[in-house]
Design a protein around this ligand. Sequence first.
Ligand SMILES: [Zn+2]
Length: 196
Amino acid sequence: MILPIVAYGDPVLRKKAKDITSEYPKLDELIANMWETMYNAHGVGLAAPQVGLPIRMFLVDTTPFSEDDELTEVEQKQLDGFKKVFINAKIEDETGKEWDFNEGCLSIPDIREDVKRKPEITISYLDEDFKPHTETYDGLLARVIQHEYDHIEGILFTDKLSSLRKRLLKSRLEKISKGKINVDYRMRFPNIKKGR
Ligand SMILES: [Zn+2]
């Protein structure tokens, strides 16, 4: 089932999300619905707060990025078929010199901005079977994981922009929160006026 994606301005996107246990109700169904929702919106990642749930879970499938001709063959192979569920994730370490990448977000349609992040991360998490993993990623894989990880910390990529960029985007972000935007997937807007 395709779930509505929560738009910028909804308080759920600002909560530090909570860990879950394997007893979490209908978790398999939620994960299946989140995959369906993410693919329907042509995203490469989706975090639970974006479907209204303040829990520490996100999904990543970087396959669409693997078709980028500017990447090396090694990078393309790394991204192709990288599909994972991250539960109760914690970034243990972030290293290297910050680099810019043009990011977007399903909760903030039509806005893309260069965001600086460190290139390498070590993350521990549970998979969908609640098996623990600690892994190190770099490049675009790290980038997508960092973006989704921010969502479970209540952080959006627009928070990381300069104060000038933020000022310039302010009215567009307000429009998004009011639903004054054309988007080809299902969304839920926090500041939509009802009955008009
Ligand atoms: Zn996002």
